[in-house]
Design a binder for this molecule. Structure first.
Ligand code: GLA
Length: 549
């Protein structure tokens, strides 16, 4: 019933051939779940650490909830290959090698994953699988065969130290490395889920969108950006929540790259670990679930409090994450202090969340039409708060109070009179350069909202920022349609003409069907950026939009 996803024109062709998609989707139809050592331990671990965490996943019940794959990240290997040219384990960490650890993990009923790098060295400076800096051959075939012999079913391939030969673009060099690694996995004869870190090495550049355009052909998930903050034993109580907010804010607008079998990966769940409060833990798990993000814990599992285990292992929230539509939540509304998100679920329900990213409690009071439901008097919702289990029936407006850093998440069932929700919410643009300065990595600075007043401004959440994207390629706000007239964007009475038809390209361009130019923005001396019709450039940040849908 809810499979009518937004398809705005034929140009929304997802770059995947049917065959390639069928192949990749079968491996990971829902976002991967599990545990990885990196964000808690970095290189401060041994085989015992891995096994202790594996046991804790089982004893806490988290494995049974789906967190059932243990992946060893960087630093497991020696600096150099052995005399036979094979990867060798670091014997201090793994005195008996990797194979017995993999076996022990599997004997607990868990799956086993491993880390390597598509360059000459890993990010930690250990032997990589890729070409040497001076050229030569990569080791993908040999390494993937070795991983297969250990029973590995998940490979994270990082992207440090990738050789970019002269005359070759960085994009092409990475693409070749990841394509070769993907072919090597296939040739190994073992099915392995393939996590590609390639896009993270292009974040904030025009080529980012090119890389995001091809990763789905070779693997099942990819890291698009910055690492989540790691635990610092010298400053255990230092908050790590800023990185959760940042990874959420760069990941959510990329929903158009994701579909069942192919997942954006905003990095590990650090909820429950040092530097994260319980409210922040709820926020991370809820936001990741709203984005259908992989749920890969990277914490000291044995130290999780019973309350954090309850949050991380919440079945109903996990079900939202693992929903088979694999949708990314629309941003229904953003104010300086809160985000309201709505996600389509396969059985006709919706998931709804309110995230308070401000400093004061937030009171939300939204009519159902703001969520995209029909204005009929008989339209009402049944709501279940997924943290408390509390149910509300006959809901005619969303009313809630959310405390700072916290996220409330509900499962919503609309009455028949509501119809399917339309794709309603904010249209956001990434501010060029905003990702570079760590101090500017704030929700408010990174993304701006398109206002029907013709400006791109700090999101306020007023009616002028509420757009509905129709299946026929129209964009409505305030009852009018976005149109091109006399070479400029404008709002006009809806007429269904080509000038009011927008083709949503996969890179995020909104192309006008009449003049084939892109909706863009131009800076003004004072005040916000103004909209403008522009010749489409190559992934120009001010021409890239994230739509509700
Ligand atoms: C990169 C990755 C991290 C981790 C480290 C290991 O920073 O993004 O997730 O794998 O390398 O060195």
């Amino acid at each position: 019933m809810k499979l009518n996803r937004l398809m705005m024109g034929a140009a929304l062709a997802f770059g995947l051939t049917g065959a390639a998609f069928a192949q990749t989707s079968a491996l990971s139809p829902t976002p991967p779940m599990g545990w990885n050592d990196w964000a808690h331990y970095e290189c401060r671990y041994t085989a015992d650490t891995i096994l202790a965490n594996a046991r804790a996943l089982v004893s806490t019940g988290l494995a049974a909830r789906g967190y059932d794959r243990v992946t060893i990240d960087d630093c497991w290997m020696a600096k150099h290959r052995n005399a036979k040219g094979e990867l060798a384990p670091n014997l201090k960490r793994f005195p008996h090698g990797i194979a017995p650890v993999a076996k022990a993990v599997q004997a607990m009923g868990l799956k086993f994953g491993i880390y390597e790098d598509s360059g000459s060295e890993t990010c930690g400076g250990f032997a990589g699988s890729g070409e040497a800096p001076s050229g030569g051959h990569a080791h993908f075939k040999q390494d993937m065969r070795q991983f297969a012999s250990w029973g590995v079913d998940y490979v994270k391939l990082d992207g440090c130290n990738v050789r970019v030969p002269e005359g070759v673009s960085q994009n092409d060099a990475y693409r070749k490395a990841y394509a070769d690694a993907s072919a090597a996995i296939k040739a190994s004869g073992t099915k392995m889920i393939f996590l590609e870190s390639a896009p993270a090495y292009f974040q904030g550049t025009p080529a980012w969108y090119d890389v995001l355009g091809w990763v789905g052909q070779y693997g099942q998930l990819w890291r698009e950006g910055s690492d989540i903050a790691v635990y610092n034993p010298k400053h255990p109580s230092r908050s790590r929540f800023h990185s959760v907010e940042w990874n959420y804010v760069y990941n959510r607008p990329l929903g158009r790259y994701q579909k069942p079998g192919n997942w954006n990966d905003p990095d590990f769940i650090i909820g429950g670990d040092a530097g994260m409060s319980l409210a922040q833990t709820r926020s991370q798990v809820a936001l990741w679930a709203m984005m259908s993000a992989p749920l890969v814990l990277s914490v000291d599992v044995a130290k999780l409090s019973p309350a954090s285990i309850k949050v991380i292992g919440n079945k109903a929230v996990i079900a939202v994450d693992q929903d088979k539509l694999g949708a990314t939540a629309s941003l229904v509304r953003r104010t300086p202090s809160s985000d309201v998100l709505l996600k389509w679920l396969a059985d006709g329900d919706y998931a709804l969340a309110v995230f308070n990213h401000g400093k004061q409690p937030v009171n939300v009071d939204l009519p159902l039409t703001d969520l995209g439901f029909a204005s009929a008097a008989a339209c009402h919702l049944g709501l279940r708060n997924l943290w408390t289990g509390a149910r509300q029936t006959d809901v005619h407006a969303l009313k809630a109070q959310v405390l700072p850093d916290d996220t409330v998440i509900w499962r919503v069932r609309p009455s028949a009179a509501c119809g399917d929700a339309t794709h309603t919410g904010a249209i956001v643009m990434t501010v060029p350069g905003s990702w570079k300065d760590p101090a500017a990595r704030k929700i408010d600075n990174y993304a701006r909202c398109l206002s029907a007043k013709g400006a791109v401004e700090r999101c306020r959440g007023d009616a002028s920022e509420r757009w509905t994207a129709s299946a026929t390629g129209q964009l409505h706000a305030n009852g009018k349609c976005l149109a091109e007239a006399d070479g400029q964007p404008t709002l006009a009475s809806c007429a269904g003409s080509a000038a009011q038809h927008w083709i949503y390209r996969r890179n995020g361009n909104l192309v006008n069907a009449a003049d084939h130019r892109c909706l863009g923005v131009v800076a003004t001396k004072a005040g916000p950026m103004r909209w403008q019709m522009q010749t489409c450039g190559h992934n120009v940040a001010t021409q890239i939009w994230s739509l509700p849908g």
